[in-house]
Design a protein around this ligand. Structure first.
Ligand code: SOE
Length: 379
């Protein structure tokens, strides 16, 4: 039996809990947790039965017992923490976006390459078994030459004028909010499933809720993804609630994308369709057990089934057909693949810091296009 990996979690919010659970299910020992203050680290360590509450993130990174550091803090802290963890010789799992600027994301890729450590980023929707099936259908020619890609990623958790979160604050979340937070998932997924690379973009970002309560949470303490600590005062919102983007791939395929965090009733609806010369494939993250395959004569609904379909669908379908898998299993598979890679195995489609940097380049082109009002190249 291989020895269990030892893990430190930095960040005690919703994502800290998701990472802790996935680390344990993948067989790791969670040694300790750091939060925005020692008191919240103590509280989180008791809540998750984690033996050690670190006094600071630095203490977590310097813990000699730790092999892997999971960074689950607000975006603006990712760069410094990931860099420090790599320099301390740790493997790193860093929440997305990898950094709030393309330059910092690129520096992290350099640091990761130099360290020789495994450095991954949870673009976890790649881990839906039916997403793997969609990719296989593109790769085996079932879909045929690509004609058009379209889709959206819609949420409603910031619909109300009283809703806020650290992500709204550009100092903590970065210059782009909705696009960097969820548009990044869609772009990563499409490039990975279709094999295409976006080469240019024309985008418009808009703020639809002009003022929101001033956010008062400390650096990375919030316990939920929805609204958290806020004051009665309001302030002008500078990050976008909605975005529209036209993209063209290097092979000339057109893609259209709609992003929103203010679409009533849409909770986490990442949806895409890839239309080819022979067939179309459609995936909906809120109905992840199925994949619609459209054809002129006869359309089909494929259902996740560990005994059917592509090798990667079978590998990731850990529950029998009809016993729903979802987001949690995606996250668990991503963390398990990260640890398997640390042990020297090769895992298909593991998103790394290179993918985080790629995403930062797309986000920066989107911001520039919206600001300047014209097409931008994506390098
Ligand atoms: C909030 O918009 C959020 O939690 C994102 O930050 C995640 O990356 C996405 O998977 C779900 O929504």
């Amino acid at each position: 039996m291989t020895e269990s990996l030892h893990v430190a979690i930095i960040g005690a919010g919703m994502m800290g809990a998701v990472h802790t659970r996935a680390a344990r299910l993948a067989g790791a020992t969670v040694c300790g947790i750091a939060a925005s203050s020692e008191a919240s680290a103590v509280e989180a360590s008791a809540r998750h039965a984690i033996p050690r509450a670190y006094r600071s993130a630095v203490e977590a990174i310097e813990d000699r017992a730790v092999d892997v550091v999971h960074i689950c803090t607000p975006n603006a802290s990712h760069f410094q923490l990931a860099l420090a963890a790599l320099e301390a010789g740790k493997h790193v799992v860093c929440e997305k976006p990898l950094a709030t600027t393309e330059r910092d994301a690129s520096a992290l890729v350099v640091a990761a390459r130099k360290s020789g450590r495994v450095a991954t980023i949870p673009f976890v929707y790649r881990y839906h078994p039916m997403v793997r099936e969609a990719r296989a259908l593109v790769q085996d020619g079932t879909v045929g030459a690509l004609q058009l890609i379209h889709g959206s990623y819609l949420q409603d958790w910031l619909l109300g004028a009283s809703d806020t979160n650290w992500r709204v604050d550009s100092a903590q979340g970065g210059a782009s909010r909705a696009f960097a937070d969820i548009g990044s998932h869609w772009c990563d997924l499409i490039e990975w499933v279709s094999g295409e690379r976006f080469a240019s973009v024309a985008a418009i970002l808009q703020t639809t809720v002009a003022r929101r309560p001033t956010h008062t949470a400390r650096t990375f303490s919030s316990g939920s993804e929805s609204t958290d600590s806020k004051s009665a005062a309001t302030e002008a919102v500078v990050t976008e609630d909605v975005a529209g983007a036209l993209l063209r791939t290097a092979n000339g395929v057109l893609a259209t994308l709609t992003i929103s965090q203010v679409s009533a009733g849409r909770k986490n609806r990442l949806w895409f369709e890839i239309d080819g010369a022979r067939a179309s494939v459609t995936f909906d993250q809120e109905e992840p057990e199925r994949l619609w395959v459209g054809a002129r004569d006869e359309s089909r609904l494929l259902v996740r089934d560990p005994s059917r379909g592509s090798a990667e669908q079978r590998r990731l379908a850990t529950l029998p057909a009809g016993h729903s898998q979802g987001y949690a299993q995606c996250f668990e598979a991503f963390v398990a693949d990260t640890y398997a890679t640390i042990r020297g195995e090769t895992c298909i489609g593991l998103p790394t810091f290179e993918d985080g940097w790629r995403s930062a380049r797309i986000v920066e082109a989107v911001l520039a296009s919206s600001r300047e009002g014209h097409w931008q190249a994506i390098h």
